[in-house]
Design a protein around this ligand. Structure first.
Ligand code: AMP
Ligand code: TRP
Length: 355
């Protein structure tokens, strides 16, 4: 994995401002192509496989937006360092993440796919954002509170605390208009808007204020064993998480043993029937059939039939994706060359903003 030496050779040279240019006002730093809105999003390479929550909450929208927007998608390996990380595993998972994103439909011809650590401007602007954010404001981030409470304050890294300011830098460097994410990221995008607005008010109009792009349906997929908790890579229950790279058999078993609710009617009711509602959301998001249509298709049938149908939809949807990702992983050179070009393009845009 020799991506470091190659990728860092050019820090976005041609976009750099000369010393005389630096005396001119910064208001022209935006290089957004005005004909297409800019999109940026990121995903952490913290496991061997993405799960259905990642796909339905975020990546599915990434794929859709690449046809109509100028899209930048970032594998955020620096954010992944905020939890205990084995370096070899992190490199493997970074490549595996790229393979899965491509298999899920990200096209290098349409989108810029890159690795965060290969664009040093993220760290540089990250520091500026840390110096702009208040300690109290950062302390109110619920993801930080949850994650640090889980490991305890002695084990929680400072990077876990400063994580949202690096995320703000990820977004603002690209002057992104839209940030497609799951519901759990809404607060981080709000913070990013606050920081951008504060910077602009103090130092001159520099950053585009981004908007969160969060779907009504699918923005929060829950664990299928514990349907009131979010499906999560770090959750304890392996049985509750549907992984893209899991074998069709394993996923079939998982869905057939998904937790259901009292009663026997297949009905969307997240309060009374969180298990069935979650499965309805998954079915509908993958099959494209509306929830009300699925409800009527299962009138008079039981939960067993419904779970078998959901399993079929999920397994058949994921089968070719897993196969494609496995195929892509066999050709590391090809994967690295895609990431290399993506990171080079990202550095050009990021360094223009930073300058
Ligand atoms: P992460 O795995 O934390 O890097 O998340 C990558 C993307 O997936 C983010 O946009 C998250 O909001 C989204 N995401 C993660 N878990 C879920 C979930 N259970 N339901 C919906 N979206 C999710
Ligand atoms: N914090 C995001 C998550 O856990 C990942 C992320 C990092 C991100 N930088 C980003 C998402 C920039 C959107 C935009 O899911």
């Amino acid at each position: 994995y020799q991506w470091n030496s190659n990728l860092c050779a050019n820090h976005g040279g041609q976009a750099r401002r000369s010393v005389t240019d630096l005396k001119k006002p910064l208001i022209h730093a935006r290089i957004t192509d005005m004909s297409q809105k800019r999109v940026l999003s990121g995903i952490q390479p913290t496991s061997d496989s993405f799960h259905l929550g990642n796909y339905l909450g975020a990546v599915k929208q990434w794929v859709e937006l690449q046809d109509s927007h100028d899209t930048f998608y970032c594998i955020v390996d620096l954010h992944a360092l905020t939890i205990e990380t084995d370096p070899t595993l992190l490199r493997q998972r970074t490549l595996a993440s790229a393979a899965q994103l491509l298999a899920l439909g990200i096209s290098p011809d349409k989108a810029t796919l890159f690795i965060q650590s290969q664009v040093p401007q993220h760290n540089q602007l990250g520091w500026i954002m840390e110096c702009l954010a208040g300690f109290g404001e950062a302390s109110r981030m619920t993801q930080f509170k949850d994650k640090s409470a889980k490991v305890g304050s002695d084990s929680a890294r400072v990077g876990l605390f400063t994580y949202p300011m690096l995320q703000a830098a990820d977004i603002l460097l690209y002057q992104a208009n839209l940030v497609p994410v799951g519901e759990d990221q809404r607060q981080h995008i709000e913070l990013t808007r606050d920081l951008a607005g504060r910077f602009n008010a103090r130092y001159g109009d520099t950053f585009t204020l981004p908007e969160a792009y969060i779907l009504k349906e699918g923005a929060k997929i829950n664990d299928i064993q514990e349907p009131t908790a979010k499906m999560s890579k770090s959750s304890g229950s392996v049985a509750g998480v549907i992984e893209i790279m899991d074998s069709p058999d394993a996923n079939l078993k998982k869905i057939k043993s998904a937790v259901t609710d009292a009663g026997r009617e297949v009905k969307f009711d997240p309060i009374e029937k969180p298990g069935i509602s979650n499965l309805l959301t998954i079915h509908s998001s993958l099959s494209g059939i509306s929830i009300s249509q699925i409800e009527s298709d299962f009138v008079g049938k039981g939960y067993g039939d419904f779970k078998a149908a959901v399993a079929d939809v999920v397994v058949e949807y994921l089968r070719p994706i897993r196969e494609r990702a496995q195929e892509l992983l066999l050709d590391e050179k090809h994967l690295l060359s895609i990431l290399h070009s993506g990171s080079e393009k990202a550095r050009t845009v990021a360094s223009a903003t930073l300058d």
